[in-house]
Design a protein around this ligand. Structure first.
Ligand code: HEC
Length: 188
């Protein structure tokens, strides 16, 4: 064995030994930190397409119109038509149904989104843009009902909750097709 390799060997051995010594002296507790609370954990959620994990509560379009006027219209427009202002202007939320495959596609919740449950998830997570997390679950169900009702996907009298929302059939539900990607077989 060359001198260089011997030195490397010794260095490695001492690194392993000092690691083992550290493991032996490591305390079971460090004396800082606190267990995470249910309230803190509630900020971390993800509602999948089938609606698993949707919270209790409910709302309809009448209540939602009020929530929308107070919390969304400034950016998304009085008629959900969107606001072209640069920066903070919100997207158009309804319309464009059937336009995606044309030369002038209009991408909105109504024309593009395949699952209504995603609307709840997104609004709860990210909207209002300037103060996400401030709406109560009842208000979110209500504003979701309002958007879906204005898009004529549900009736104005329908109530949205953890049971009814996953059953809503979005117009573009079947617009997503599996992409076969045959070129990937080259790497299998
Ligand atoms: C301060 C301006 C502002 C307010 C208020 C606001 N939004 Fe938005 N919203 C935006 C912006 C900007 C985007 C685009 C965000 C992005 O692409 O990351 C957006 C995106 C969205 C989208 C996604 C649209 C799409 O097709 O991708 C939905 C749905 C939405 N907002 C709903 C709401 C609802 C419901 C409210 C009221 C509870 C609300 N927003 C309040 C600015 C706002």
């Amino acid at each position: 064995m060359s001198t260089r390799n011997k030195i490397l060997g010794i260095l490695l051995l001492s690194a392993v030994l000092s690691g083992a010594a550290f493991a032996q002296t490591m305390p079971a507790k460090y004396g800082f930190g606190a267990p995470v609370t249910e309230q803190e954990l509630s900020k971390y959620f993800s509602i999948p397409a089938d609606g698993r994990g949707l919270p209790p509560g409910s709302g309809n379009a009448t209540a939602g119109a009020k929530v929308y006027a107070e919390n969304c219209a400034a950016c998304h427009g009085d008629k959900l038509e969107g606001n072209p202002a640069k920066g903070i202007g919100g997207d158009k939320l309804i319309g464009g149904r059937g336009s995606l495959a044309t030369k002038t596609p209009v991408k909105t919740v109504e024309s593009y989104w395949p699952y209504a449950t995603t609307l709840f998830d997104y609004v709860k997570r990210a909207m209002p843009f300037s103060s996400p997390g401030t709406l109560k679950d009842d208000e979110i169900y209500a504003v979701v009902a309002y958007i879906l009702s204005e898009a004529k996907i549900i009736k104005p009298t329908d109530t949205m909750d953890a049971t009814s929302l996953p059953k809503v059939m979005m117009p573009n539900r079947d617009g997503f097709i599996p992409d076969a990607r045959p070129e990937l077989d080259l790497y299998r």
